[in-house]
Structures are given as C-alpha cells and as structure tokens.
Design a protein. Structure first.
Length: 883
C-alpha cells in the first residue's frame, strides 16, 4: 500500500481534493507544488497510517519505514542535501495536519535533524554560526516540549536567567557563543529531567516526532476539540515532513502570515504580518511586534517599522503575485504562511481563510459581483448560523476585559447593565429607564417579564436548552447560562465571582457569544446591517422555496421579525400574553373560579386585552399569515408559589389564601408536561378556547377595517393526539366564528389547524387532516415526547450522551432526523394524502437551526417558523437547501 505522498520541485503526488487522505495542509502543499509555486519539498504520511496505527496497537504498517526513507532521499536530491549527513545535513519540519484544521493537535517541530555534529555543519555551510545555534536551541526547545513532554517554562527560565546575568534585554542581543552556551545548558537540564541525553540520532528524532503527531490525535485537547466540532475520530491526522527553509538567516530573511483579503472586514486588500530574521510562529507568539505587509497598512497602523513592501520590495511583489494566483485558483480568500530565506520566498501553507460573518458576506458578494464565483456559490459560502453575530451588539474587541467567570454562550450578543436578582426588580428598574442584567440561579416561566425587561440574562445553572437559554434566544436577548463558578446569594443580594463580591446595582457585561461575564460596562459596537447583507439575502430569497415565518407574540418581536424578512407569524403563544402584570390577576381569578360562571367573568376581563394584542399583531403583519395557538401550558404555571407570594396574590384578587393554596395544590402535577395542558384545557374548560377564539375573530374584523386589507387568522389547537379531540375544540371555535360574523355583519375567512407534537398525532395524521387545514410540527414537544426526555431536566445527562457519541448532537438543538424526522415525514405524507393542499410547517427552536431547516426543505414542508433573530439564518439555510 502507498502510505507516503511526495511533493516539491513543481510536482506532487497529491492534490487539493485529497484532503481526506493527506489532511488539509498536505493536500494544499501538494496543490501549491503542482501550481509551480515555491514550496520546500517534502512528503505527507497519510491519515490512513494514523487509522492503521490505532487499529493495530500503535504499530505502523510494515512498509512505512522504507517509504519514508525513500521520500527523504528524494527531498535530499531536490535540496542537494542529505538527512543525517554530517557534512551537508538536510533539516526538516514535522507538522501535523488533519482534514479540518485542529488546534488541539501537536505543535510543529522545526529544524529537526540538528545535533551536536550537524549544527557545526550548518554553521559552516551557512557561514553563520549564530544562526546555526539559534536554530539548534529552537529545535531542542520544541522537540523537548512536544515530543519529550518537558515544559516550555524550563527553557524560558534558563534563557531569562542567562539574559539577566549578561544584561541582555532582547533575544537579538545574544551572539553565537551565547546561543552555544544556552544549548549546553538546555542539554544538561534535559539530562537531569529525563535521566537520558537529548536524542542525537536524526532518525530517532524523526520517528519520535512522527509518533508524537499520531499520539496527539488521542490527546485530551484534540478529543475535546473533535467533540465540540463533531469531527469523527476515524478521520485521523496526516504528518507532513518538509525541508526547512530559514527565516532566521539575517536581515533578508523573514517569516509571516497573510490573508488575501481582510478577514475581519472582508476588504479586498492583502492583509498580514511578518517579522525579519525570525522563524516559525514567532509572528503569532508575540515575542516581537510584527510588521505590516503593505505600506498602506503600515501607514494606517501608524507604525514606524518598515512594511514588507519597503523592506523587501522584490519579495513583496513576488508574494503579491503568489497570493493573487492562490486566490484565483482556490476561488476563495486564502490564509497563507510563508518564509523568506535570504531574499527568496517560500510558501509553507495555504487554506481558505477563517473570517468573521461580516467578512464572509463581503467576500462572497464581492467575488460574485466580480464574476469570480456564481451567486449560488456566494449564497453557499456564508454559514447561516454566523449571521447571528451581525444582528446583535458585540463587545468592542479592543476593550480590556476583566472576566468574572465563564458560562455557556446560550444566546448571542452582548449586554451590559446593573445586576438585579428578581424579575420584578428587573421590570421595575426597566420602567425607570435603567438597563439591567437579570441574574438568576435558573429562570422559570414566571421570569418572562423580567427577562423581557432585562438587557441580558445570566444564570448559574442550566445548559444550552435550559429555560433561560431557550427563552432568551427566542427573545433575541443575550444570555450566558450555567456559569457555575459564579455564586448567587438571593438573600444577601450578592453575586460572588473570581474573588469579587458584587451587590445589586453593580455593573456587569455578559457576552452571549463567548459565555464570558465581565466586570463593569464594556464598550459595545452596535450591529450594522451592511449592503452586502441585503444583497446576499436577496440572492438567497430568489432561490428558496421554503417560506420563513417567525414565532412572536409581542408587537416588538413581530416588528423585528418583519425587518428581518419574516413572511408571517408561525406561532403566537397566547399564554405569553398572560404573564403581564395586570393580566395575571385576571388569569388567576379565572383559574380559581369555582364554576363556569366565575370563569367566564374572569375571562371577560381578559378578552379586550387579548383582542387588542391580536389587532396590533395583524396590523404589523399586514395581511401576512398569522398562526395563533390556543392556551397551552399547565394552569399551575400561572399560580403563585410559597406562602408569601400566595398571601400577596390572595390579597390582590380578594380571595382566601387557603383556597388559593388548595387550588394550587390541586393543580400540582407530577409530570406537568404530559399533564393537564394543550387542548386538554379546552376540552375541560371550553370557555377558555371560546374567549380566545372570540378575541382572534373580533381582532381580525377590526384589523381588516383599519388596514383595508383582509386578515385571515389561523387558529391552532395544541397537543392534539386524536381527531375527536380536535373536532370537539374545533366545534367551539367554529361556533364562535359564526357568532362574531353575526355580530359584526362581516364574513370571516380563517383556518383551523393543529400542532403535531405527539407521536400519536403524527401517526394518525391521515385522520386528523380531515379536520385540520394545517399542521405545525411543534418539534420541541415532539422531540420531548418521542425520546421520552424532559427538555427541562435533560441538561443533567445530555452532555454525557453527546460526549459518549450516543447522540451526534443535542436533539433539542438540531432535529433528530432519523426518529423525530421520520415521524414528521409520516405525518406529512399521511396528512397530504387526506388533504392534498394541507399547509405544513414547523415552529420551535429547530426552525432556526440550519440543519433542521435543510431537513424541512427536503421533506417538502411549506414553511419554518423561528424566533425573530433567527429569521435571516432560516432564510439563508432554506436557500442553501434549494441550491
Ligand atoms: P500550524 O498548523 O499550527 O499552523 P504549521 O505546521 O503550519 O503549524 O507550522 C507552523 C509554522 O512553522 C509555519 O507557519 C512556518 O512558519 C513554520 N514552518 C513549518 N514548516 C516549515 C519549514 N519546512 N520551513 C520553515 N518554516 C516552517
Ligand atoms: Mg500551531
Ligand atoms: Mg500553519
């Protein structure tokens, strides 16, 4: 079998499309060699060797040794050197390279092949003894650290101590003799640490480094990184062995990194940094301040150090041409690493550059406008999830950060304000025009008003699908959840973190993009939707078939969603309208009422409020479809808890606290999510559904009059499992429609449909469709009921499930296409069979998840509905699914 692929001297055995076999770095090195670009010769040991290695008790394939040695000989022929020669030694770098770039992997080892003898040869052949020993001490440090496992600090300490004793400040102050002395001290120290000398045989060094690369595939950092980025273990990593070129050979040598365009803004200008007389990662290591590549960037940065354009003008021109060639060839922005050895340019790496969402948009749109890529390609180039970054304020990256603690990045964007510990306080302060961050151990439905009032939410418990996380994402509010290192003491009104105690009213900033919690009010950058955003979304909209609606019940959310391009409301959760301060009183009266008459009296108080809400929503949505769901949650969610609260509420509504307590106890359920909720409420208390239906239809009449446009409400019945259930509730709605038609003297146009969120409903969809004009898949509950996993309690074990690869990802974040997805497919098919023009959509968290949107498009649904801030994500994902 072939385990080794060579490259160099204008040819290569690999190509850029062989990333699976050669890893990203190896495939692109081969491609650059094939393009005739200056690449030091070398070879790639394939990812299959890595797989073999782990399948066979950490043994290499038997042919590997010969193939590596043959490849080394070829490198030697091209460079005119020879590995382990004592006269003209070939030195190499050993670099890891997986399919996807992986920061958890082994660091690169440079200058391999140096030992006490070859270093003298290098000194002689280069005519630069200082350079030779500088290279040797770098090699010893890297190799000892990466392969032998000796801490970097050990070497730093020796160097610092030496510099101090000699009165040196910078590394450049050391001459050849100094580095020679450093090398001696390093070796002594390694001897002490390892009880063995530093390996002198270049072949031992080489196999040691190769083994370390393969070994690093299974180190903890790499395993964690793979898990976080869903990279399968079976991919393996490749190893690249490449002839060294030296950027540390004096003033005409250098090393640098560059992008063909600006990776944070996307501006079409060469952008990067370099360092004269330096090697490897000196540029990123921050040892010296790097210099700009272009003169324009130098001037913009106000730097007094010459740019590459003036310091090495010929190399600069050559590099510029190479950069242009690479971008044209790969048809995308490139991220490049290069080294200059005595005035000669060498390319060491290229890849499609990582970029901010803003840059991704600009690069995609500009490349399409220039005709370099098609519009479809541009649409495919932008990661839909990344659009979130563009829609929220972010912390000024230049601002200093005092991090108090870190939690989960539960909902993007940054927010700052004074801390409060209760939702009532949050609402009260907001009413005074103050900005607050709501800090809770965890949140519950009773905190909705506080969450609404707050700029952002911080919880110390709970995961990515905790109440706080889901609701905050829905509201488009920044949220950091599960910040375990932060202590909240409600009684004392304090928050303790990082050795600091903050009181109510003290300032914090949360960064929902990183999960960081910062002390004080950090400076923000407001989001700005660029022209490129609009352009790309136009291209996307022209391509997609799937409609995108929003989940919204407040006018503010509905308006936001419209500006983000929502094509209607797919889910208006009426209960959210009940938590408001004046309404909750009437709701509680309704729940406490002894009989139907009592309930009706309380409901009558709610009617005008609900009607006004709907009128406003209909007006904002200007004739677009609006789906309103009847009351869904268990009633006890509206009742107060604890003696104090009960007493206060009893007084407020003039009820006996005893009775209130009894009723609360009566409504308490062991399993509320499978309890007295959804259409079951309407079955037992039809008057609730009737009041809501009346509010909807009356609002439709009023809004149509006001706007002069017809309003066609969609009334949605939740948690249905049988057709009979739906029929019963439907009859009440239809009755009410007739009544309102009579009263108003207007003909109503409306639709009645149902949520499909129980497995039985999905299976019996053929039946149910006879009574339902539309289905909306409530994928949150459908996931919950299909798996039998309570979404409120899943955090305790879901992490282990994803960590142990039982679930590829959290099924509450991205639809489980195999199981839940099959139910959706079955329901869609059976529903359509009964009613060919049935309208199908999904609502719930999944509506804004790109993979789930793709699934919906594939399944032929008509629309997805998601929270306002995710509307652009869904639009783009829907377009990508259609291309
Ligand atoms: P990473 O994957 O962390 O970027 P690389 O394998 O690209 O690691 O190596 C890091 C740096 O080491 C390169 O950018 C380059 O500066 C230097 N380097 C690697 N191989 C060589 C080489 N053959 N000659 C000179 N420098 C090299
Ligand atoms: Mg690295
Ligand atoms: Mg690199």
């Amino acid at each position: 079998a072939k385990w080794v692929y060579s490259f160099g001297d204008g040819v290569a055995e690999g190509r850029s499309d062989m990333k699976n076999l050669l890893g990203g770095k190896g495939a692109n090195l081969a491609e650059m060699a094939n393009l005739g670009l200056p690449v030091p010769p070398g070879f790639t040991i394939t990812t299959e060797v890595c797989t073999y290695y782990y399948k066979n008790g950490r043994q290499y394939p038997p042919e590997l040794k010969d193939q590596v040695e043959a490849a080394l000989l070829r490198v030697g022929q091209i460079t005119g050197r020879s590995f382990s020669s004592i006269e003209n030694p070939l030195l190499v770098s050993v670099r890891s390279g997986a399919r996807a770039s992986m920061p958890g992997m082994m660091d690169t080892v440079l200058n391999l092949g140096l030992n006490d003898v070859t270093v003298e040869a290098l000194a002689k052949s280069s005519g630069d003894r200082r350079f030779a020993f500088d290279s040797y001490r770098r090699f010893i440090t890297m190799y000892s650290n990466v392969v032998l496992g000796i801490d970097h600090d050990v070497f730093e300490e020796i160097l610092d101590h030496y510099k101090h004793s000699k009165g040196y400040v910078q590394d450049t102050d050391l001459d050849a003799a100094d580095w020679e002395e450093i090398v001696a001290r390093y070796k002594t120290r390694i001897g002490e640490e390892l009880k063995a000398p530093f390996p002198q045989d270049p072949f031992d060094q080489l196999w040691g480094a190769i083994g370390a690369v393969f070994g690093s595939w299974m180190n903890q950092r790499a395993i964690t990184y793979r898990r976080l980025h869903s990279i399968p273990e079976s991919w393996g990593t490749a190893v690249n062995v490449q002839a060294m070129v030296f950027g540390n050979m004096g003033e005409t040598s250098a090393t640098g990194v560059a992008f063909t365009r600006n990776p944070s803004t996307g501006e079409n200008k060469l952008y990067g940094e370099f360092l004269i007389n330096a090697q490897g990662e000196d540029v990123v290591a921050g040892i010296r301040t790097p210099q700009e590549i272009t003169e324009e960037a130098r001037i913009a940065a106000g730097s007094d150090k010459p740019s590459m354009e003036t310091a090495l003008p010929e190399v600069f021109l050559r590099f510029k041409t190479v950069a242009e060639t690479l971008e044209r060839h790969y048809r995308d922005m490139q991220d490049m690493e290069f080294t200059v050895e005595r005035g000669r340019l060498w390319m060491l790496q290229t890849r499609n550059g990582k970029r901010t969402a803003r840059a991704a948009l600009r690069v995609a749109v500009e490349m399409a406008q220039a005709g370099d890529i098609t519009k479809d390609e541009a649409v495919l180039r932008v990661d839909p999830s990344s659009l979130d970054q563009l829609l929220h304020p972010t912390i000024d990256p230049k601002a200093p950060r005092t991090v108090l603690g870190t939690g989960l990045p539960a909902s993007p964007g940054a927010a700052a304000g004074e801390i409060v510990f209760t939702s009532d306080e949050a609402a009260a302060l907001k009413a005074e025009g103050r900005k607050v961050i709501l800090v809770r151990v965890e949140t519950s439905p009773e905190d909705i008003h506080g969450m609404h009032a707050a700029e952002g939410i911080l919880t110390t418990r709970g995961g990515m699908t905790s109440h706080a996380a889901v609701v905050a994402r829905g509201m488009g509010k920044p949220c950091v959840s599960g910040a375990g290192a932060i202590r909240v003491d409600y009684a004392a009104g304090t928050l303790t973190a990082g050795g600091k105690v903050l009181n109510k009213g003290d300032h914090v900033t949360i960064d929902g993009g990183t999960g960081q919690v910062l002390l004080g009010l950090a400076p923000m950058i407001e989001p700005e939707l660029s022209g490129e955003f609009t352009t790309l979304m136009e291209w996307a909209d022209a391509r997609r078939r799937l409609k995108v609606r929003t989940n919204a019940e407040t006018p503010a959310d509905a308006r936001t969603a419209r500006t983000f391009g929502a094509e209607g409301i797919g889910l208006c959760r009426t209960e959210h309208m009940f938590f408001n301060e004046d309404r909750i009183v009437a709701v509680r009266e309704m729940i406490l009422a002894d009989d139907e008459a009592g309930r009706k009296a309380a409901l009558a108080k709610l009617l005008p409020m609900q009607r006004d809400d709907f009128v406003e929503l209909f007006e904002i949505m200007k004739g677009l479809p609006v789906t309103i769901r009847l009351l869904d949650p268990p009633l006890h969610e509206f009742l107060p808890h604890g003696d104090e609260e009960i007493a206060a509420v009893a007084k407020q509504i003039g009820a006996d606290p005893k009775k209130l307590e009894q009723r609360a106890a009566q409504l308490k359920e062991f399993n509320p999510m499978l309890g007295f909720r959804g259409c079951r409420l309407a079955v037992v208390y039809p008057e609730i559904a009737e009041m809501q239906a009346r509010a909807i239809f009356e609002a439709a009449v009023i809004a149509a009059r006001k706007t002069g446009q017809p309003v066609v409400p969609e009334v949605m019945v939740p948690l249905v499992s049988t057709k009979a259930e739906l029929d019963l509730v439907k009859s009440h709605i239809v009755e009410m429609a007739k009544l309102v038609e009579q009263e108003s003297g207007t003909k109503l146009d409306y639709h009645i449909g149902t949520m499909i969120e129980l497995p039985r409903a999905a299976l019996r969809a053929g039946d149910i469709a006879a009574s339902a004009e539309f289905f909306s898949f409530g994928t949150n509950d459908l996931t919950q009921t299909t798996f039998g996993i309570s979404r409120d309690d899943a955090a305790l074990f879901l992490d282990s499930y994803t960590a142990k690869n039982i679930f590829p990802c959290d099924p509450f974040v991205s639809i489980d296409q195999d199981g839940v997805g099959e139910l959706i497919e079955i329901a869609a098919e059976r529903g359509r069979k009964t009613r060919p023009d049935i309208k199908l959509g999904i609502c719930g968290e999944h509506g804004g998840d790109p993979a789930s949107v793709t699934f919906c498009a594939k399944t032929g649904l008509d629309y997805v509905s998601c929270s306002p801030f995710r509307v652009p994500i869904a639009r783009l994902a829907a377009a990508q699914a259609a291309i």
